[in-house]
Design a protein around this ligand. Structure first.
Ligand SMILES: *Cc1c(COP(=O)(O)O)cnc(C)c1O
Length: 408
């Protein structure tokens, strides 16, 4: 037996089924048209944002990193909730524009921005979080050619990192950002050359569950930003402090104490270095805002035994749920939160392996899970599917195609 991850709060039971906003899993599949289906909940998105706003100081804006979930209805909904958006490609810029997001509230990070992407961003007034000296010069040349002033922030590669983060994005050699000691010289060059100076972006990591580690990283970010502002010799208009607040995916994971994070940030803000007195502060989050508000529903199409083990074979799999299969940046495979959605109230009664329909041993959704007895036609729910699911999985693999998505 291997434990399943913790089911996020806010999911209900109705008529013995998993329900979201009063609709059962079968209702949701009927509404979405078929399985496999991602269901995202407005109510859970709203609740998460309200809790986060209540915990964070008013002064700190909240940006949404749209790579976590760029589904158009989700973007449109998030537009009414957050203060800004972080994009990481020209494609995401197109999606953001299609969803009606205000370009002035968008910042564009990410290494390897092509000239056409830089041009599209500069034309509409998106802030570039510049990742290198070379990128800064290309952006300038493009601005000159099209007669527009680029808005530029510098993404800093800090010497420290977010302790315990699932994905390390700072500390030592990295393809992201500009090493912190080279930032002042480049900032002065850009300001001297007439860029619209938008400040700094310091992203230290992702998927951290320790409030202490996040508090420590935020303190380091504020200190570094003040030091860099002094060296640059200009007040910082804006400081994007990064994010890093994770969600519990696996057995034993605990949610981040965001009240503690907010309180510590409030203390820092009460005592900010002069260089940051008038700086616009924000954090940027992806999975924390949307991850737990989504569930992936897939139907059992076969039940079989092999050498004494039971396999529940579903019509979904890693082509939509790469992360849940354990193949998206994890070293040891552990089970995501998962349930038999059509037997949500029932007690576990057997050990079963839940697999996808792809012809590869990598396609596993749950190993040796303790579940109610499920049959062909039952629905499986994979939780924590609101982030890095549909667009972070190889949906073209084996010709299976994309899953459906709905926002309810
Ligand atoms: C991916 C990314 C995020 C979002 O990370 P989450 O772990 O989903 O919160 C935020 N900022 C930057 C720069 C990123 O690359």
């Amino acid at each position: 037996m291997k434990p399943l991850g913790p089911i996020p709060q806010g999911y209900e039971t109705k008529d013995g089924q998993l329900a979201i906003g009063g609709k059962t899993a079968r209702d949701l599949v009927a509404e979405g048209g078929d399985t496999p289906l991602f269901v995202y909940s407005r109510e859970l998105l709203d609740r998460r944002m309200a809790d986060l706003r209540a915990a964070m100081p008013d002064r700190v804006g909240i940006n949404y990193a749209i790579k976590a979930n760029p589904f158009a209805p989700v973007l449109e909904h998030m537009a009414g909730l957050v203060d800004g958006f972080d994009i990481a490609s020209g494609g995401e810029l197109t999606m953001a524009q299609a969803a009606g997001l205000d370009p002035e509230k968008i910042s564009f990070a990410g290494p390897g921005k092509r000239d056409a992407e830089l041009e599209a961003a500069i034309r509409v007034g998106v802030t570039l979080n510049v990742e290198s000296e070379g990128e800064a010069r290309r952006a300038f040349a493009i601005g000159e050619r099209i007669g527009a002033t680029p808005r530029m922030a510098l993404r800093v590669n800090p010497d420290f990192e977010l302790r315990g983060s699932g994905m390390k994005m700072g500390g030592g050699a990295k393809p992201f950002g500009i090493d912190q000691d080279r930032v002042p010289a480049l900032a002065k060059e850009l300001i001297g050359a007439g860029a619209e100076w938008r400040g700094l972006h310091i992203f230290t990591g992702s998927q951290a569950l320790s409030a202490d580690a996040i508090i420590e990283a935020q303190a380091n970010v504020l200190e570094l930003a003040a030091q860099l502002a002094d060296e640059i010799g200009e007040a910082l208009p804006k400081l994007n402090m990064g994010g890093g607040i994770g969600i519990p995916y696996f057995s034993g994971d605990e949610p981040v104490d965001i009240t503690a994070v907010g309180r510590a940030l409030d203390d820092h803000i009460a005592d900010l270095p002069a260089a940051l007195n008038d700086t616009d502060l924000c954090i940027e989050l992806g999975r924390y805002l949307v991850g737990e508000a989504g569930v992936y529903l897939t139907e059992i199409v076969d039940r079989k035994e092999s050498h004494g083990s039971t396999y529940l074979v579903t019509d979904g799999g890693l082509h939509h749920q790469l992360a849940a299969s354990g193949n998206f940046g994890t070293v040891v495979r552990r089970n995501y939160p998962l349930a038999i959605a059509t037997k949500f109230g029932a007690e576990p009664a057997e050990e079963a392996n839940v697999v996808g329909c792809l012809c590869t041993p990598l396609d596993r959704l749950a190993d040796k899970a303790h579940l109610p007895v499920a049959e062909v036609g039952d629905l499986v729910a994979v939780f924590c599917a609101g982030a890095y699911g549909a667009t972070a999985s190889p949906s073209a693999f084996l010709g299976q195609g994309a899953a459906r998505e709905i926002l309810v």
